[in-house]
Design a protein around this ligand. Structure first.
Ligand SMILES: [Zn+2]
Length: 499
C-alpha cells in the first residue's frame, strides 16, 4: 500500500513537472560562447560540440580563424562546453550572458516600430517590422486581387500545423516565359530577414513592376516567402514568463504540501515524511524537477530553427516530448545524399534530418511543387534565402572531398558578380564559396534542386546578420538589408534569363 501511494506521489510530481514545463520558455541564463578554431581539427571538434544537447551553433561557418558562436543552455551544458573548450585549448570568449535580455530587447524594438507604422500607399507590406505569417498571406492575397494579370498564387500545401504555404508567381505573360527562377525563404524558422527579403523582392516585382521590367522580361518568378510557417510563427511567440520562478514556486508548494502542512517532521534533515509515512529525499524531488525543466528549456522559441512536425509515435512519446520538442531541420530533410554528413539522427539535435528523406510535410510540399511546376524544365535557377552570413554558397554541400559541380566556376562567377553589386549598394561583402568547404551538410534544398530537380544553378544565400550578432537583425535595419540584397538578386536574375 505504501508503495502504491508512493507511485501516486510520483505521478503527481510528474504531472506538476509537466504542467510547469508546458509554460512558455525563456532564455534566462542561456549564454553565447565565441570560439575561434585554430585548425581544421579544431573546427571539426566544434562541429561535434554543436550536436550536444543544450548547445546550438549559431554560426554557419566553423573554419580555422573564424569565430564560431554557440548559444549554450544554463547549468551542466555550459560547464561541459567550457570544459571541452579548455581541454581542446581552443581560444574562446564569453558573449552575452543572458540571451533572454536580447530577446526582450528585440521584442521592445518590434513593438516600437509597429507603433510607428504608416500606411504606405495602400500596400500592407512592411519593412520596418517583421511581418507575421498571417500578414504575409494577406499581402499575397491582396496582390493577387490587385494585379490579376501579373500575379498568380499557388497553394504549395499545408504545413504540419495546417498553415498555408503559398507561392506567388509573377509573370508578364501568364506563366509562359521561356525561363523561370524559384526563390524561397524561411526554411529555418528564426532567420527572420529571409522572408523579409523575399517580400521586398515580391514588392519590387509587383508593386514597382514599371521600374523593373528588365527583371520580368522572359523570366517567370516563383517565390515562396515562408517554407516553414509553423516554425516561423513559433519564433514569434511571446516569451515573458520566467520559468525558474515557476520552478521554485512549484517546488516550494510541493514541499509545503508534504512536509509542512502535514506537520510530520523527519528526524533526518534531508528527508521528509509524507502523511502516508513515505520517506522522500528532498534532493530527489529537486533534481527530478530540475531535470525536467532544464531539458525542456534547452529548446526554445525565438531561436527555434526546425519545423514543428517530426512527432514521435511511441508510447514513450510524452517522455521524448519532455526531453526536447519535436521538430526536424527541413534543410537536412531533402532527398539527395540524405544523412551523408552534417546532419543528425537524434531528434533533439538542431540538425535532426527527420526519420527519412522527405519525412516532413513542408519539404514534401516544396518537392512536389517544384517537380510539378518544372515539368517543362523552365526552372533555371533556385535561390534559397537564409541567415546569417553574409555568404553566397553553391553546390555541392553534402560532403567534403566530392568532385566539384561541373559548372562550379560559373556558379562562383555569378555569385561574385552578385556580391559586387551588393557591395556597390553599401553591403558588407558576401563570401562566395562552395557549400561543403564551409560546412558539409547533406539533405539541403539547394543540393536537391540541382541534383534531383534539374535546376541548373542553385544557391543558398546567407543574408546579413545583426542584433546580438546573428539572427536578430533589428527591425530598423530590415530596409537597408533587403535593398542591398535586392541588387544582388537582380544579378542572379540577369543570368537566369541567359541560361
Ligand atoms: Zn538557415
Amino acid at each position: 500500500m505504501v508503495q502504491l501511494r508512493g507511485s501516486l506521489a510520483s505521478a503527481i510530481l510528474l504531472a506538476m513537472a509537466i504542467t510547469v514545463a508546458a509554460s512558455p520558455r525563456s532564455y534566462h541564463g542561456y549564454r553565447l560562447v565565441n570560439a575561434v578554431p585554430r585548425s581544421a581539427e579544431d573546427a571539426a571538434e566544434l562541429r561535434a560540440l554543436a550536436t550536444w544537447t543544450g548547445v546550438d551553433m549559431w554560426s554557419r561557418r566553423a573554419a580555422p580563424g573564424a569565430t564560431v558562436t554557440f548559444m549554450v543552455a544554463p547549468g551542466a551544458a555550459q560547464r561541459r562546453v567550457l570544459q571541452r573548450l579548455e581541454e581542446l585549448g581552443v581560444p574562446y570568449s564569453l558573449g552575452e550572458h543572458d540571451v533572454q535580455s536580447l530577446v526582450e530587447r528585440e521584442a521592445r524594438d518590434q513593438t516600437r516600430s509597429r507603433a510607428l507604422l504608416r500606411d504606405d500607399a495602400g500596400s500592407s507590406v512592411r519593412f520596418d517590422t517583421y511581418m507575421r505569417h498571417g500578414e504575409i498571406e494577406q499581402y499575397l492575397a491582396e496582390l493577387a486581387a490587385k494585379y490579376p494579370k501579373l500575379v498568380t498564387l499557388h497553394s504549395v500545401g499545408k504545413s504540419y500545423e495546417g498553415r498555408n504555404m503559398t507561392a506567388i508567381r509573377v509573370s508578364l505573360d501568364g506563366g509562359n516565359a521561356p525561363r523561370a527562377i524559384l526563390v524561397d525563404a524561411g526554411i529555418h524558422a528564426r532567420e527572420w530577414i529571409a522572408p523579409a527579403t523575399a517580400l521586398y523582392l515580391i514588392n519590387r516585382l509587383v508593386e514597382h513592376a514599371d521600374e523593373h521590367q528588365a527583371l520580368l522580361q522572359g523570366l517567370d518568378w516563383y517565390i515562396l516567402p515562408v517554407v516553414n510557417p509553423d516554425g516561423y510563427e513559433y519564433t514569434h511567440t511571446k516569451v515573458r514568463t520566467d520559468i525558474t520562478h515557476h520552478h521554485y514556486l512549484v517546488q516550494t508548494l510541493f514541499l509545503t504540501k508534504y512536509s509542512r502542512t502535514n506537520q510530520i517532521k523527519s528526524s533526518r534533515p534531508n528527508y521528509f515524511i509524507t502523511t502516508n509515512k513515505i520517506l522522500v529525499p528532498r534532493a530527489k524531488i529537486s533534481s527530478v524537477l530540475n531535470l525536467v525543466i532544464w531539458t525542456k528549456r534547452s529548446s526554445g522559441c525565438r531561436f527555434w530553427r526546425k519545423n514543428r512536425g517530426a512527432k514521435r509515435e511511441t508510447w514513450l512519446k510524452w517522455l521524448w516530448d519532455l526531453l526536447c520538442e519535436p521538430g526536424a531541420d527541413l534543410n537536412r530533410n531533402f532527398g539527395f545524399h540524405w544523412m551523408q554528413s552534417g546532419a543528425s539522427s537524434y531528434p533533439c539535435a538542431e540538425t535532426f534530418a527527420g526519420k527519412k528523406a522527405f519525412s516532413e510535410v513542408e519539404s514534401q510540399n516544396l518537392r512536389d511543387f517544384v517537380l510539378n511546376a518544372n515539368k517543362d524544365k523552365r526552372f533555371k535557377m533556385y535561390l534559397t534565402l537564409h541567415s546569417y552570413g553574409p555568404m553566397i554558397l553553391y553546390p555541392w554541400g553534402y560532403d567534403y572531398r566530392v568532385e566539384p559541380a561541373p559548372d562550379a566556376k560559373q556558379l562562383a562567377d555569378i555569385g561574385n558578380e552578385a556580391n559586387a553589386a551588393m557591395v556597390k549598394a553599401g553591403s558588407e561583402p558576401f563570401e562566395v564559396e562552395n557549400s561543403a568547404e564551409l560546412y558539409p551538410a547533406a539533405g539541403g534544398s539547394d543540393d536537391w534542386a540541382k541534383g534531383e530537380a534539374d535546376i541548373a544553378k542553385s544557391y543558398t544565400i546567407e543574408l546579413h546578420g545583426g542584433g546580438s550578432q546573428g539572427f536578430d537583425l533589428p527591425a530598423s535595419r530590415i530596409l537597408t538589408s533587403v535593398q542591398q540584397t535586392f541588387e544582388g538578386l537582380k544579378v542572379f536574375a540577369s543570368h537566369a534569363r541567359e541560361l
